[in-house]
Design a protein around this ligand. Structure first.
Ligand code: ZN
Length: 643
């Protein structure tokens, strides 16, 4: 999900106008140590590495859903029925199941979701409520009648709490490790007016989180279950989804997985979609969908867009032509045969900016200036989620930085590779990089609360956006500028390949960073994510033959120090950045005129850019370079504009 994308892009434009042409005219910081910062980045084509032979072909099948869903687009209801096959892959026997009934988040204002309105999208109650009503839940028993589980279900599993999104289902007997069970289900969905990426608007239907869904059982036998919190997303086991959708014949359907059967009979369109190695299933139906199809990097891509949005659809396709092969090369090949991009109409934008396996929703008004990369950024972002949540299926509720944060870094990395440093906007010749925006917006929230915490623990939606998305991405981007783009990209690629079809946590991620980049970057990253780490490099005192450079804060990076001599020539010194300060002695010919710490601006998370330079004589010069000056003003402007 991209909760804050539009705000950030809008803020960047405001800042760009304030900063004037300074950014476009001046030197741009390199993304990698030693790399020419010139325009070659944008022209680079991704190389496809040989897939390592150990790249897993399939997930362990844990939860298989065979469902039939019938849409009434006038009443906005879905009648669902089918079976769930589930296997206990933990080490422990279980006596209960936990079922997510996510649609009940929109049932009334007493749901956890609507009680926790902390700002951001979906903060108003829906224009019409929605809910899931479980009609049947039975455990099949070989050789005898099924056992009804509905009578014993605890819809409100927490005493005194009226939330009904997280239900406990006691079982009549133990299910041993390795043993499977089969459940028969039937349910009625009443869809809400579109809110938080699900619901309807007129005949437009985007249907996510719509069926009774088993929580994931962790290897130690504990259920990772939770109510649908306002800021949190999801977590589930992999399996095969075999879903037959039944809609009026005039409707076009888009859904997770390829169509394996399609027919029109009795005025109805019946489409069966089947996909393995996924952990969710979403679909859309509308009688006005326009369709664009193209094979991109061997994947059959379908873009569904409203009449008049052909330009947005083309921009989504253009984004995929770059990003699909790029992400596949970097994070391990996209393994599914299809990908559907849904571009919601303007009055259904609540459905935009969301990820499901093999189906993403983009966004962008029909008229977006060509150099304002809103449809591109959202498409690239949501595509990245096919890896960061899809293939590497982390617990989005417990550790949102592992999906949204790392995916935000994947987004800024892909946008920089594709569009160069003007990756958020190149409007009017102003170039504003996505990476610089993430760094600047995140500094404002860093002292409030840690990045690495559960989604529901964040105090505001604004801090969730600035810390989970922007801070994670900015810290990763700083590591890339300091330790090398390729090194950090390779580390992330080894992580996504090693944990493909698995459910890693922070320890696995940081362990991979330690094993690939080394202990110091891993420690820095842990401090930044778990301990509100920050840093401010500053030039404190410059004299004719000496200077003092300081590192404030709790993070440290090796850094360059540039000495500018009286004749205008420059020398560079390397500081390991470990101590709190470094004295610089200049014994060479001529006198020091000024000193700049981190002259290439690799440490984009530097809390204060104004003190990065000083001149002899004690007066603080401010950053002498137009680039840093521009960033400084942008820092101020974004602090004023961001939420
Ligand atoms: Zn996202």
């Amino acid at each position: 999900m991209r909760g804050c994308g539009f705000v950030l892009v809008c803020a960047s434009l405001g800042a760009a106008i304030l900063t004037g042409l300074v950014l476009s005219a001046s030197a741009r910081p390199p993304r990698a140590a030693g790399r020419d910062p010139g325009s070659t980045l944008a022209a680079e084509t991704p190389r496809r590495p040989q897939e390592s032979p150990e790249l897993r072909a399939h997930a362990v099948d844990v939860a298989d859903y065979t469902l039939k869903a019938t849409l009434d687009p006038e009443a906005h209801t879905v009648a669902g029925s089918g079976a769930i096959h589930w296997r206990n892959t933990s080490r422990e026997p279980v006596r209960e199941l936990w079922l997510h009934l996510y649609l009940n988040a929109f049932k009334n204002e007493r749901s956890a979701y609507l009680r926790e309105r902390v700002g951001g999208r979906g903060s108003s109650p829906p224009e019409a409520y929605g809910a899931i009503d479980l009609k049947r839940l039975e455990l099949r028993v070989a050789g005898s009648a099924s056992v009804d589980l509905l009578a014993g279900i605890e819809l409100r599993a927490v005493a005194g709490d009226e939330d009904e999104t997280d239900a406990r289902v006691p079982l009549p007997r133990e299910v041993a490790p390795g043993e499977s069970i089969d459940l028969d289900v039937a349910f009625d969905d009443r869809l809400p007016v579109v809110i938080e990426r699900t619901g309807y608007r007129g005949h437009f239907h985007m249907i996510g989180q719509w069926f009774p869904k088993l929580a994931r059982l962790e290897p130690d036998g504990t259920w990772a279950h939770f109510p649908f919190h306002h800021l949190s997303e999801f977590y589930a086991d992999f399996g095969t989804y075999d879903v037959t959708l039944d809609v009026p014949a005039a409707y076009t359907v888009g859904a997770t997985g390829p169509v394996v059967e399609s027919r029109v009979e009795g005025g109805r369109r019946v489409e069966r979609h089947v996909e393995s190695d996924v952990h969710d299933f979403a679909w859309t139906a509308w009688d006005e969908w326009q369709t664009a199809r193209e094979t991109v990097d061997g994947v059959a891509v379908t873009v569904l867009y409203p009449p008049g949005f052909g330009g947005v659809a083309e921009r989504a396709l253009a984004s995929l032509r770059f990003a699909l092969p790029y992400d596949s090369a970097r994070y391990g090949r996209y393994p599914y045969p299809v990908l559907t991009v849904v571009v919601p109409q303007g009055d259904a934008s609540e459905a935009g900016g969301m990820e499901y396996p093999t189906l993403i929703t983009s966004e962008g008004p029909w008229l977006t200036p060509p150099k304002v990369f809103v449809p591109e950024i959202v498409t690239v972002h949501e595509l990245g989620h096919q890896w960061f949540y899809g293939l590497v299926a982390t617990n989005e509720a417990a550790w949102p930085f592992l999906d949204e944060g790392l995916n935000q870094f994947a987004e800024i990395d892909a946008m920089a590779r594709w569009q160069g440093e003007g990756s958020a906007s190149g409007l009017f010749g102003l170039r504003v990089s996505d990476a610089a925006i993430q760094a600047i917006t995140s500094n404002g929230a860093v002292h409030d609360e840690p990045v690495a915490q559960a989604a529901h623990a964040f105090s505001t939606g604004s801090n969730y956006a600035r810390l989970v998305y922007s801070r994670t991405a900015a810290v990763m981007d700083t590591l890339a500028r300091v330790y090398g783009d390729e090194a950090v990209g390779d580390a992330l690629g080894r992580y996504t390949r090693s944990y493909r079809f698995e459910h890693p946590g922070p320890d696995e991620f940081l362990g991979m960073i330690r094993d690939t980049l080394g202990p110091r970057p891993a420690r820095t990253l842990r401090d930044a994510l778990f301990d509100k780490g920050w840093v401010d490099y500053a030039v404190d005192d410059v004299r004719e033959h000496s200077a003092l450079v300081r590192r404030r804060g709790t993070l440290s990076f090796p850094v360059d120090v540039e000495l500018v001599l009286a004749d205008g020539s420059t020398r560079r010194e390397r500081w390991d950045g470990e101590g709190e300060s470094k004295s610089i002695r200049w014994a060479g010919p001529g006198e020091l005129r000024s000193v700049v710490v981190d002259p290439d601006h690799r440490i984009t998370i530097d809390a204060n850019l104004e003190n990065n330079a000083g001149t002899a004589g004690g007066a603080r010069a401010g950053a002498p370079r137009t680039f840093e000056r521009g960033l400084y003003w942008m820092q101020l402007a974004l602090q004023a504009l961001s939420p």
